[in-house]
Design a protein around this ligand. Structure first.
Ligand code: PLP
Length: 396
């Protein structure tokens, strides 16, 4: 079997060995319920407090503003549904964008059926939301603006600081899905006037099934998981102590290494992008050339099918994605690629490669060589390409 080259870090990451090691004692030795009075429970409570402080520190927030959840989707659902309930009075208006993750988009659709109005803002050809468009969309009944920090498919970094300033000026709550950005980028909830922020551990070397919602002090949203009094009565359920310890450890490691990792991964990403664009004809890069996540490269190869490309890359040991893990199995092109204005046939030939700290330049060289061969082979078999070549010959 070929060694695996993992280039799908936006879908999930391996849990780092240091993280697993930090988690282990909380399964078999320090397994106490954090709400219990005996010493064993207190050990768990201490571990939760420490993780909460680490997460808060990474955002410039207070520990009591961090609420652990079972991941990014739960945090997104909670932020939107609870805001609609607390501030919408049976109606209300939410401003979001056409390129959000489905955890936001499908929640908005759910809320629309229950009387909430939603504006889905367009983005430009790079995937950028215009702060002015946000301002213009504000209505007297607007209760929430929710714009993602960075897009999971094309990597575009949104103007969060500008949008936050508008929300603050207008007195409207501002939520950001920072699942792709948190622990990778320097985020300050105060500088960006963020009232709520979602993140998930498995996108940065932590375990799956654990994340958090940051809720600024004073934001009056309630729990939507009802039960015990955990998480300051805002999220019931016995705490996932090992998971939360793992989340905290992953944040600690990511923050300590952040600058060096960003520099290294950005360099690799640019090397990959430059080579692919220069060496494979009829190829475009989706998203902004510079204003993108350090590890994100998203290409469209004209005349081919992204799914066939993925299968052939897999045979070479390369893990990539055609956009978003959630759209796999559906024939519709990604909503994000549609929103940036790609024609269907070009969007269908798209490939997302997302890099992590363990990837190397040798791997990038191997990937480029494989891509050159595979794209050429798929084009040879493509009727679209055959027509194109014929028409080009007729024009000459
Ligand atoms: C992965 C992802 C989510 C969902 O997070 P889970 O922890 O998998 O539920 C939400 N938003 C974005 C932008 C993501 O990339």
């Amino acid at each position: 079997m070929k060694p695996i080259i993992y280039l799908d870090h936006a879908a999930t990451t391996a849990t780092r060995p240091e993280v697993v090691e930090a988690m282990l004692p909380y399964f078999t030795q320090q397994y106490g319920n954090a709400s219990s009075v005996y010493g064993l429970g207190a050990e768990s409570k201490k571990a939760l407090d420490q993780a909460r402080a680490t997460v808060a520190g990474a955002l410039g927030a207070r520990p009591e503003e961090i609420y652990f959840t079972a991941g990014g989707s739960e945090a997104d659902n909670w932020a939107l549904k609870a805001t609609a309930e607390a501030y919408g009075k049976g109606g209300g208006h939410i401003i979001t964008t056409k390129i959000e993750h489905h955890a936001i988009l499908h929640t908005c659709e759910y809320l629309e059926k229950r009387g909430v109005a939603v504006t889905y803002l367009d983005v430009d050809e790079r995937g950028l939301v215009s702060p002015e468009a946000v301002r213009k969309a504000i209505r007297p009944d607007t209760i929430l603006i929710s714009v993602m920090y960075a897009n999971n498919e094309i990597g575009t970094l949104e103007p969060i600081e500008e949008i936050g300033a508008i929300a603050k000026e207008k007195g409207i709550l501002f939520h950001t899905d920072a699942v792709q950005a948190f622990a990778h980028l320097d985020i300050s909830v105060d500088r960006c006037h963020i009232d709520m922020l979602s993140a998930s551990a498995h996108k940065f070397g932590g375990p799956k099934g654990v994340g958090f919602l940051y809720i600024r002090r004073g934001v009056k949203i309630r729990s939507f998981i009802h039960g015990g009094a955990q998480e300051r009565k805002r999220r019931a359920g016995t705490e996932n102590v090992p998971g939360i310890v793992g989340l905290g450890k992953a944040v600690e490691l990511a923050m300590a290494e952040r600058e060096a990792t960003v520099e290294r991964v950005t360099g690799l990403r640019d090397y990959l992008i430059d080579r692919v664009l220069q060496e494979i004809p009829f190829t475009r890069l989706n998203g902004d050339r510079k204003r993108r996540l350090p590890g994100n490269a998203n290409f469209s190869f004209q005349f081919i099918e992204g799914e066939s490309l993925l299968i052939m890359l897999d045979m070479e040991g390369i893990c990539g994605s055609s956009g978003s893990a959630c759209t796999t199995g559906s024939l519709d092109p990604s909503h994000v690629l549609m929103a940036i204005g790609l024609p269907h046939e070009i969007a269908h030939g798209s490939l997302r490669l997302t890099l992590g700290e363990e990837n190397t330049r040798e791997q990038m060289d191997y990937v480029v060589e494989c891509l050159k061969k595979i794209v050429a082979r798929l084009r040879e078999m493509s009727p679209l390409y055959e027509d194109f070549v014929k028409n080009a010959a007729a024009r000459d």
